[in-house]
Design a binder for this molecule. Structure first.
Ligand SMILES: [Zn+2]
Length: 275
């Protein structure tokens, strides 16, 4: 499931490829639930900007139209140039394509989504703030300040630290992979209750968040199951930097990494380096 670094990589790819493009038409190929578009509302509008908050993408169109999109499990935005799009039109579209934006320059943007949990919602630019406020999201993981992080985490005293990090109301953008990596980096078992962590540990945890995410973004994020790709359709390269997630042995001490389940999510830790 794409987390902050993967969504940010997609955002950067969209900035490079679709800013300034004018929508000719939007085809709802296999849209299904979660895609709240009629199709014609965006005709003639230009994409002005793409922003991100946590794991959400926010497309700004001309006429103050915004589209908020969440990739959920398997959503992908793939930019195709005019030649690639005309080839797809001849060959037939991928069965996982839910939406196709056709631009006036004959290029396109595909929204592919195998599991179909991804979402797209249109609203006026002025409604975006209240959309996020109603979800009570914590500040974005790249920008949250320490005092707010500490205060939000401390409200989850009886919750496992990894579970608290996954709570988008505590901090927005972290998911299973980066929460597991953060627990490894501070030498703490993911199941440790927040109340059993000293403030020095929480401070150390905080100090690792932005650096970890920034290195992941630099490497185009983590592709693990092949579902997440960049807007060019390429895999992210951060999986080779992971220390605990999906690993067989600990890169620090050589012990076997242990896989457990914590609140239903697959979790990895080193029994020697994490206590
Ligand atoms: Zn170890």
């Amino acid at each position: 499931m794409p987390e902050l670094p993967e969504v940010e990589t997609v955002r950067i790819g969209l900035i490079d490829t679709v800013i300034g493009k004018k929508v000719l038409e939007v085809e709802l190929i296999g849209a299904g639930r979660g895609v709240a578009l009629e199709g014609s509302e965006l005709n003639g509008l230009e994409i002005i900007d793409v922003k991100r908050y946590g794991k959400y993408l926010m497309f700004s169109f001309s006429n103050d139209v915004s589209m908020i999109s969440h990739l959920r499990m398997t959503g992908q935005y793939i930019h195709v140039d005019s030649r690639a799009l005309s080839n797809l039109d001849k060959k037939g579209h991928d069965k996982h394509t839910r939406v196709l934006f056709r631009f006036s320059d004959k290029s396109g943007l595909l929204f592919n989504d195998q599991r179909k949990f991804g979402t797209m919602e249109l609203m006026n630019e002025s409604e975006v703030d209240s959309y996020f406020a109603s979800r009570k999201l914590g500040d974005d993981a790249l920008f949250i300040d320490y005092d707010l992080f500490l205060s939000n985490v401390s409200k989850r005293a009886n919750v496992a630290i990894k579970t608290a990090l996954l709570d988008q109301k505590v901090i927005a953008g972290l998911g299973n992979i980066y929460a597991i990596e953060l627990c490894y980096l501070i030498g703490v078992l993911p199941s440790t209750l927040v109340k059993n962590l000293k403030e020095t540990k929480l401070k150390k945890l905080y100090s690792h968040i932005a650096p970890l995410l920034l290195v992941a973004i630099k490497n185009n994020g983590t592709t693990f199951d092949g579902k997440y790709v960049t807007t060019n359709g390429e895999a992210g390269k951060f999986s080779s930097f992971l220390k605990a997630y999906g690993k067989k042995s600990c890169g620090t001490c050589g012990s076997d990494i242990v896989k457990t389940k914590l609140n239903g999510r697959g979790t990895y830790h080193c029994p020697k380096c994490q206590r």
